[in-house]
Structure formats: structure tokens, C-alpha cells
Ligand binder design. Structure first.
Ligand code: MSP
Length: 648
């Protein structure tokens, strides 16, 4: 064990939408690493949380007819529920709207401003709204945002800037001198490549007239903090920076900031220069993993091809899902998600190799040894020696894999050992040995298999905590967590220990034809053509059946009255007529529509939405609007239509 403390972080997730497999992946990875380090005896601290300020969240709130805080409060619960479901053992969960975070951001800003690290200037440049970033003319690619390739708008305004450029030489040298700082190494080269161009100062403010939802600058109340400057600080505000010195020095610097490759620049350029200006040490490693792809494209809400982790866990079990994402993605590279690959891996590794091994060994131990761990003879036969070396190799390989951040390879090594146990049983044939007078060879064989199961299940426990604990219990062990030292030692299972029966751990997934996993929306539709509406259980993830869609009652409605909601410039209170029945709705369209513009309009509403109270006003339903880059645009009915008729 190298470090006594282990502090790992995930990115904090935007609360503009619910979590998808990309978010789940990083969080599971952080959890697996933390659990392994606990097994190594380290004191661990695992931080995750939510990024709740900025334009994305403000826009999502607008579209949902909520305040940004309401949007954050309702979405954060979904993340927290998902982490609970996925058995994530984070020690802390930070929300950037919490006072403990806002206060630290403001203290840092004030200090940097007082020391001349932040200055005010007039800015003339290009702004990408989805990325919330400024670019100079020469940064643009074909006139579009170099990051997301979407349109940018020209902006001229006063703002505050952090003197990032003056730290460029220092940063290049730091990265060159610390090969572990950015991993994998090709990402390090990517950042060094980025730093070959002159670095600009970083605009760290947004005028309130353009964006209200953020942490106010302590030295100018007309501005809020740029969401990235606010968000990155979570890694230190959560562990007590400027508030609890003892806690802070206990955990900082972090061992790992785990991130996706798309947020490399913010983490390897903005964050280090910010920390340097604060006089703080750098995190030990910023590790960027690849993307989960579906076909050739990144999963993204706007393409409509996201995989819902909650659905995967419900359908196949939490442990199997965790196992799949840890083994299918080689850390650092992109990986392709397909339900077919999931089922293949599940059936071969978990149902066949591991699950079968457990049930056959337990069955034989119950039939031939009275359900207790038998006494082993010497493990000096060639087959035993080979097995022992394979199991040892799995344990040391896992430790090495952890060090090199190659979890998938570590797990593959364990599965190799599991297969070796199956092979060993085939060679030794305990069912034949059981017929012999001398029970010694039978007992040695079954002991070796049971002990190998103790070690291999222990090595997989961080990845599949629930099922591997069930194996521990079946082996007569307690429900605790093994230490790495115990897994490197042979012979810890005590002869005479009662074994317990367990139900089949990984029942084979029987599917004649793998279901269509979300590809592009169009392809899914094509493959389903001609098929009758299938039951929910047979439906590809994220795709709904005709019946499910029909549960949403869309109706035309005529706006009869509209007024602004006090205390917000985003919401309108509408009275609508739905087939002669009056209704009240609250909608977040006040920035695009004046109340009088709406009178008499035939709009479309979701009529069977559970009523909600927004700003103390009851809202019965939701109107539909297109969420265009330049604002919300109402969906209206073409020509004269009766109010209250269904929309299909
Ligand atoms: N809020 C910022 C992070 C601030 S950290 C101080 C953010 N949030 S996010 O919700 O948009 O994305 C969070 C993480 O999810 C990022 O690391 C991103 O790379 C990751 N993923 C988003 N889509 C992904 C895939 N399809 N596959 C894997 N990870 C992906 O960015």
C-alpha cells in the first residue's frame, strides 16, 4: 500500500437532466477504486455531487416551468436515488448551491481579486451557449464552436478575467515534470498540444443581465461567477478548504480526479492554474476516461440515444451492470454499449464461469462432505500448483492493475483464475474421487476449489459487492469485506466451517434474439416496423411502446387569460380552456412571450400530468414548446381546432 489516504472525486453532474450511463460509469469507477483502496487499508474519501448553477440549468428550469433551485432540488434526488441503487459508497455529496460551497467560492474570488489575479476588462469575442465558453475568432472552426461545432454568437461586454495566461509556462513545465499528473499519457499530450498555443486569460464572470443563476461576485454584484470557476472549486470546498483546515490537509491533494475526456481542458488547464494562483498543491492525477458510444456516436440527450442506468440495473441487477461497465471499457478508451454485448458477457463470465463454479462446488461439498469445508491435504500436486499460481496471479495482478488504472485487466485476470478452477475440477473429477475409499484427494480438491472461490470472489467484491458478499456467506464467512492481505494468503478457509446454500447467483439470460438496443432513433423505429406493440419488458432501453406513449394525454387548449408571476421574470400563470373545462397552468415562457401575446392561442398541453405547486401557484398540466437555442417556441395548432381534442 502506497498511500495512507485516498481521496477520489467524480465530476459534479449538471442537474439539467437525469443521469445516463456516462455519469453512472464514472461514479461506479470511483466507487470500485475506493472499495479496492479500503481493502488495501487506506483511509478513503469519495466525493461526488451536482453542478447546479449556470445557463444549462437555468434553461432546463425555464423549460420545465420551475425556478432553477426547484429544478436542482428535483433533479438532485434522481442522482442520489441512482447512486443508492448502484450501491455507491460516497462519503460526501456536494451541491454547488450549498452555503458551504458558495462561501468558499466567494472567498477565493475576493482573495484573487485583492491580489490582482482577477481584473475587469471589456470583452469582444464569440460565445458558445451550450458549452458556456468564450472563444476568439481564431479558435473557431468554420465559424462554429471548436468543442461542439454548434453556432456561436458575437458578444461585447464588460467582464472579469482571471490571469490564467501568466501561468502557461509554469503549467507546461509542471505537466512535463509530472508524468502521472494527466493520465492516460495520450491525454497528457493532448493538453500539452493545447498549451502550444498562447493561453488567454479566463473570463470568470457573467453579467446578471444575461445570466442570473450563479454565485454573485463578492466585489461586483452585477455579475455572477462563470459556472466552471464555481464548479471546479467543489473538489476543495467539500473537504473544508478555508473552513476546516484539519480536514482539508487530511485529504488534499486528491489522488484522482476522474473525468470524461470532454472536460479535459477545464480540469488540466483551468483548474491547475486556479490552484496555483491560490497557492495550493496539484491533485496527484487527473484521469480522463473515454466515452460510451452507441454505434459511432456519443450518447447524448439531443440525439436521443442514451442508456438509462436505472433501467439496466432493474433489468439485469446492479452487480451485473457494474461488472459490465467495468470490464467492457478499457480505461481511457471509448467503448461501445450494446445490450447484446452485455448479455454475452453476462452469460459467459457470470452465469457460466463464476455462477456455475459456485453452484457445482457447493453442491459437491454438500453431497460429499456434509456441507462443511473439508480438510485439505498437501497442495503439492502439479494441478494444485498450477491452480495456486493462477489464483495468486489474480490477486497480484489486480493490485498491479489498480496501480496502473487498468481495472478491466485486473478483472479479466480474476476471471482467468475462475476458469482455471473450472478446469482443475474437470481434471480432478471429484465425482470420481468421491467413489474412492481414500477421501483425501476428494477433500483436497474441494478445499482448493472453495478456497479459490474465497479469493476470486474477494477480488471481485469491489466490482460486485452484493453478489460477492453472497458468495462469502455461502462459504461460511462473515458479511464483511476482505483485506487485500487476506486475499494474497492461501488457506484461510477453516476446515469444518458450515457452508450455506445460495440461490443461483446469475441465472442465464435467455433471449432468442437480442433486443434492439438504442441506436439512432430512426434505426430503432425501422427495426420495429411491422411488429406489434411489445410488452415493456421486451422493449429496448429508452424506447417506449405505443401503449406507453398513449398514456400521455396530449390535448389542445385555448389560452383565455395570462399574467406574470410575481417575483420571477420567467413564469406566466395561464388560464386555459380544455373542451369547455377551465384549467390553470404555470409555464416558464415569460422571457419569450408577453401575457397579451398568448390570448386566444390554441396550444398543446399534457393534460394528465400530476398537478404541481410552482411558486405557491397550482399548475395542472404542462404546455409544449420547442427548446430552441434562442429560446422557447410554443407548439400551436395549425388552423382552427376545437379545444380539448386529443393530439396524436
Ligand atoms: N458539470 C460538468 C462537470 C463539472 S466538474 C467540476 C459536466 N457535467 S455533465 O453532467 O455534463 O457531465 C459529467 C461527466 O459525464 C463528464 O465527465 C462527461 O465526460 C461524462 N459523460 C457524458 N457523456 C458521456 C458518455 N457518453 N460516456 C462517458 N462519459 C460521458 O460536464
Amino acid at each position: 500500500m502506497k498511500d495512507e489516504t485516498f481521496y477520489v472525486t467524480t465530476p459534479i453532474y449538471y442537474v439539467n437532466d437525469k443521469a445516463h450511463i456516462g455519469h453512472a460509469y464514472t461514479t461506479i469507477l470511483a466507487d470500485v477504486l475506493t472499495r479496492f483502496h479500503r481493502m488495501l487499508g487506506a483511509s478513503t474519501h469519495f466525493l461526488t455531487g451536482t453542478d447546479e448553477h449556470g445557463q444549462k440549468v437555468e434553461k432546463a428550469a425555464q423549460a420545465a416551468g420551475m425556478t432553477p433551485q426547484e429544478q436542482a432540488d428535483s433533479t438532485v434526488v434522481r442522482f442520489q436515488e441512482l447512486w443508492k441503487k448502484l450501491e455507491i459508497t460516497n462519503d460526501d455529496f456536494i451541491r454547488t448551491t450549498e452555503p458551504r460551497h458558495k462561501l468558499v467560492v466567494q472567498k477565493i474570488l475576493q482573495d484573487l481579486y485583492d491580489r490582482g489575479e482577477i481584473y475587469r476588462d471589456e470583452y469582444d469575442g464569440w460565445y458558445c451557449t451550450p458549452c458556456e465558453r468564450f472563444f476568439t475568432e481564431k479558435d473557431l472552426q468554420d465559424g462554429c464552436c471548436p468543442e461542439c461545432r454548434r453556432e456561436v454568437e458575437q458578444i461585447r461586454e464588460a467582464n472579469y478575467f482571471f490571469r490564467m495566461s501568466r501561468r502557461q509556462d509554469w503549467l507546461v513545465k509542471y505537466i512535463e515534470d509530472h508524468p502521472d499528473f494527466i493520465q492516460p499519457s495520450f491525454r497528457r499530450n493532448e493538453t500539452l498540444g493545447f498549451l502550444r498555443k498562447p493561453l488567454n486569460d479566463l473570463c470568470i464572470s457573467r453579467p446578471k443581465k444575461r445570466l442570473n443563476w450563479g454565485i454573485e461576485l463578492p466585489f461586483d454584484t452585477d455579475f455572477v461567477t462563470y459556472v466552471w470557476f464555481d464548479a471546479l472549486v467543489n473538489y476543495i470546498s467539500a473537504i473544508g478548504y478555508l473552513a476546516d483546515e484539519d480536514q482539508f490537509t487530511r485529504w488534499w491533494p486528491a489522488n484522482y480526479h476522474l473525468i470524461g475526456k470532454d472536460i479535459l481542458t477545464t480540469h488540466t488547464v483551468y483548474w491547475p492554474t486556479m490552484l496555483h494562483a491560490m497557492g495550493l498543491p496539484m491533485p496527484k492525477t487527473i484521469f480522463a476516461h473515454g466515452w460510451w458510444l452507441l454505434g459511432d456516436s456519443k450518447m447524448s440527450k439531443s440525439i436521443g440515444n442514451v442508456v438509462n442506468p436505472m433501467e439496466m440495473a432493474d433489468r439485469y441487477g446492479v452487480d451485473a451492470f457494474r461488472y459490465f461497465v467495468m470490464t467492457e471499457m478499457s480505461l481511457g478508451q471509448d467503448a461501445n454499449f450494446s445490450e447484446e454485448a452485455f448479455m454475452r458477457r453476462f452469460n459467459s463470465d457470470l452465469a457460466n464461469d463464476l455462477g456455475n463454479l459456485l453452484s457445482r462446488v457447493l453442491k459437491m461439498a454438500h453431497s460429499y462432505c456434509g456441507g462443511v469445508v473439508p480438510e485439505a491435504g498437501a497442495m503439492d500436486g502439479p494441478e494444485e500448483q498450477e491452480l495456486l499460481s493462477c489464483v495468486h496471479q489474480a490477486a497480484s495482478g489486480m493490485e498491479e492493475a489498480l496501480d496502473r488504472m487498468k481495472i478491466d485487466q485486473g478483472v479479466t485476470g480474476v476471471l482467468t483464475a475462475v476458469r482455471a478452477v473450472n478446469r482443475y475440477l474437470e481434471q480432478k473429477q471429484p465425482w470420481t474421487l468421491a467413489k474412492q475409499e481414500d477421501k483425501g484427494p476428494l477433500h483436497t480438491t474441494l478445499y482448493a476449489a472453495l478456497e479459490s472461490l474465497r479469493v476470486t470472489a474477494g477480488l471481485l467484491q469491489p466490482v460486485m459487492p452484493g453478489k460477492m458478499q453472497a458468495i462469502r456467506l455461502a462459504l461460511g464467512l462473515d458479511d464483511g469485506m476482505p483485506t487485500f492481505a487476506e486475499l494474497k494468503e492461501w488457506g484461510l478457509l477453516q476446515a469444518g466451517t458450515m457452508l450455506r446454500k445460495v440461490p443461483v447467483l446469475f441465472p442465464r439470460i435467455q433471449k432468442e434474439e437480442p433486443p434492439v438496443i438504442l441506436e439512432k432513433a430512426g434505426q430503432v423505429a425501422k427495426k420495429n416496423e411491422g411488429k406489434k406493440a411489445s410488452s415493456a419488458a421486451e422493449t429496448p432501453l429508452g424506447v417506449i411502446t405505443y401503449d406507453e406513449f398513449m398514456k400521455v394525454q396530449l390535448r389542445t387548449a385555448c389560452v383565455t387569460a395570462a399574467e406574470r408571476v410575481d417575483g420571477t421574470d420567467k413564469l406566466l400563470k395561464l388560464q386555459v380552456d380544455v373542451g369547455g373545462i377551465p384549467r390553470q397552468l404555470v409555464a416558464g415562457i415569460a422571457q419569450q412571450y408577453a401575457p397579451e401575446q398568448l390570448l386566444g392561442k390554441q396550444i398543446v398541453i399534457v393534460a394528465n400530468l400530476k398537478p404541481a405547486v410552482i411558486r405557491g401557484i397550482e399548475s395542472n398540466g404542462m404546455l409544449l414548446a420547442a427548446n430552441d437555442a434562442d429560446g422557447l417556441k410554443l407548439i400551436t395548432v395549425d388552423g382552427a381546432a376545437t379545444s380539448g381534442v386529443p393530439v396524436r
